[in-house]
Design a protein around this ligand. Sequence first.
Ligand code: C5P
Length: 223
Amino acid sequence: FTPQTLQGKSVIVTAGGTRERLDPVRFLTNDSSGKMGYAVAAAAQQAGANVTLITAPTRLTPPAGVTVVPIQSTTDLANAVLTRFPEADALVMAAAVADFQPLTTADQKIKKTKDNDELILKLKKTPDILAEVAKIKRADQVTVGFAAETQNLLANAQHKLESKSLDLLAANDVSRADIGFNSDDNQVTFIQADGVSDQTPKTSKTRIAAALVAKLATILATK
Ligand code: C5P
């Protein structure tokens, strides 16, 4: 039995690794499996929320009953999030968003020729979705981010929380092979805007998601 702590609330969850197209048959992406985001979507739904899952392609089946919005690129994700956020009570950005996207996408397949032993790809920064969300966020809305770090976990996470005006951030150390990307398990440090922080044990993404949703509900109740 899950307490219905998010009854009647609308929660947007993003998941998976974005795909940045180079040409009709190729893209740049990352190691995200989508498992953490799908687990959060399921936990929020079990807590009674109306869940919209905005998802990059994954191998996973979305939880029954959630509204699924498929996206590919960071630009798609930004549009999907920014149009829906005004109607939402909370946003959980679990998607692994590309930091850079190709400057141009070729209309036709990029060919190798006898002259191009090297191919230089030009990339540009993607929009920071949470930073854009911060600009339109109301006092009654909650935003939650993830921080995948390989060094200086806490300092980087604290900076991210502040710069993106987040209420809660789940930071994990992706340099560890036993947790994080693609693993069924994770270990995160939750950091709240009020300075409270605590570390979960290494456990299933399902349990981490339940802990995240419990914190989200508590924060939302104080708004
Ligand atoms: O800066 P970094 O990518 O580590 O921040 C991680 C958090 O910010 C995640 O919640 C991710 O979904 C979000 N993000 C974003 N827009 C980007 C990059 C990351 O909203 N362009």
